[in-house]
Write a protein that binds this ligand. Structure first.
Ligand SMILES: NC(=O)c1ccc[n+]([C@@H]2O[C@H](COP(=O)([O-])OP(=O)(O)OC[C@H]3O[C@@H](n4cnc5c(N)ncnc54)[C@H](O)[C@@H]3O)[C@@H](O)[C@H]2O)c1
Ligand SMILES: O=c1ccn([C@@H]2O[C@H](COP(=O)(O)OP(=O)(O)O[C@H]3O[C@H](CO)[C@H](O)[C@H](O)[C@H]3O)[C@@H](O)[C@H]2O)c(=O)[nH]1
Length: 331
């Protein structure tokens, strides 16, 4: 059984990937400083290294102890809004931290990596569906901190022979369909869990950040991708990089190709939860692009991935089921 080092594996998306790796015959080894993740989001039988990606000694020891066949690198700070206030932290953890990891990989002879990139690398565009061939033009430091890692990966592939895929995920949402894990950020900043907290009475209202965007109803449009589909995409991308004979770097969108506005998501949440709740129209949040919707064709062509749960209804239903079951945890 191959060991896969998964940085940030105790986080929201990482905990789903651990389950999917185990189901597909890999052995995840989690490396996480628990700054935002939860130890209990990962099964006790998964080896867990409580350490920071900026700590080279801890990384070297992890490579020495577990000899991973590949790395899934997810550890990062994730709030685009916060990056507009404290960009230095984002460059330190997301960019310098990734360089530290790549150096540890290089020194330990591990050259296969799947990296968590983001749709935020595209920024504000007039194009319809976003394809990987577009030039990168992030709107906020979060997106730029990730775009820089993509640049490093390209160089590590060209010069050091790495096999790398950067998955540019669109908006991760939902929960494990079997309810084993779900979204538990603290503080929560993502739209769907915040709406569900409002629907269950944990918050007074949901704010819409901006109603004057150049979109049909004036609110931002995003491509919401089920976290279980994201996890499957990692397993497929991982198999692809491990099997690939030639060094290469590729950036690949992971989205559904369908967009939903903030107002549409709120209405769907009201319908699915059967609850009415307060909605306040507020100012724009700095750094938010108006519309981010994927062209997902490359993922299908390259490693046979497409979304099994493309409907926002299924995404919200699974998130709501998890939320109700774990109300105390998701507060
Ligand atoms: N949630 C989304 O919609 C979304 C969209 C696109 C990309 N991404 C990317 O996916 C990845 C995971 O996102 P998530 O939503 O699961 O976030 P998360 O905060 O739940 O998970 C990130 C994990 O990384 C860990 N971590 C942070 N800094 C670390 C450090 N210095 N050393 C070791 N561990 C550290 C945290 O403790 C946490 O467990 C991130 O790289 C994020 O940028 C997320
Ligand atoms: O209380 C809220 C929270 C969010 N929004 C809006 O809802 C949309 C989605 O916002 P999220 O905060 O849920 O997600 P983002 O699009 O800002 O970012 C997420 O997806 C990106 C990729 O598209 C990044 O990778 C990032 O890490 C991840 O948090 C945005 O238009 C935002 O302005 C609101 O109106 N009210």
């Amino acid at each position: 059984m191959q060991n896969i080092l998964i940085t940030g594996g105790a986080g929201y998306i990482g905990s789903h990937i651990c389950l999917k790796l185990q189901e597909n015959g890999y052995r995840p080894v989690v490396f996480d400083n628990l700054s935002n993740g939860h130890r209990d989001a990962v099964s006790p039988d998964v080896p867990f290294i409580h350490a920071d990606i900026r700590d080279s000694a801890a990384l070297n020891k992890a490579f020495d102890d577990f000899k991973p066949a590949a790395v899934i690198h997810m550890a990062a700070l994730i709030e685009a809004g916060a990056s507009m206030v404290e960009p230095a932290r984002f460059y330190e953890v997301n960019t310098a931290g990734a360089l530290n990891l790549l150096e540890a990989m290089r020194h330990n002879g591990c050259k296969h990596i799947v990296f968590s990139s983001t749709a935020a690398v595209y920024g504000n565009r007039d194009e319809g569906l976003l394809s990987e061939t577009l030039e990168v033009r992030a709107e906020n430091p979060y997106g730029r901190s990730k775009a820089m890692v993509e640049t490093m990966l390209r160089d590590y592939a060209d010069i050091y022979g790495f096999h790398a895929i950067a998955l540019r995920y669109f908006n991760a949402a939902g929960a494990d369909p079997e309810g084993r894990t779900g979204e538990r950020h603290d503080p929560e900043t993502h739209l769907i869990p915040l709406i569900l907290q409002t629907a269950s009475g944990q918050r007074d209202h949901i704010k819409i950040f901006g109603t004057d965007y150049d979109t049909p109803d004036g609110t931002c449009i995003r491509d919401y991708i089920h976290v279980d589909d994201l996890a499957s995409a990692h397993v497929k991308a991982l198999a692809h990089v491990i099997a690939s004979e030639n060094a290469a770097f590729d950036a690949v969108n992971i989205g559904t190709g369908e967009g939903c506005s903030v107002k549409e998501i709120i209405e769907l949440c009201k319908e699915i939860t059967g609850q009415d709740f307060g909605v306040i129209e507020d100012a724009r949040r700095p750094g938010d692009p108006a519309k981010l919707v994927a062209n997902p064709a490359k993922a299908q062509d390259m490693f046979g991935w497409w979304a099994d749960y493309p409907s926002p209804r299924q995404i919200i239903a699974h998130a709501w089921a998890y939320h109700q079951k774990n109300m105390a945890k998701t507060r």
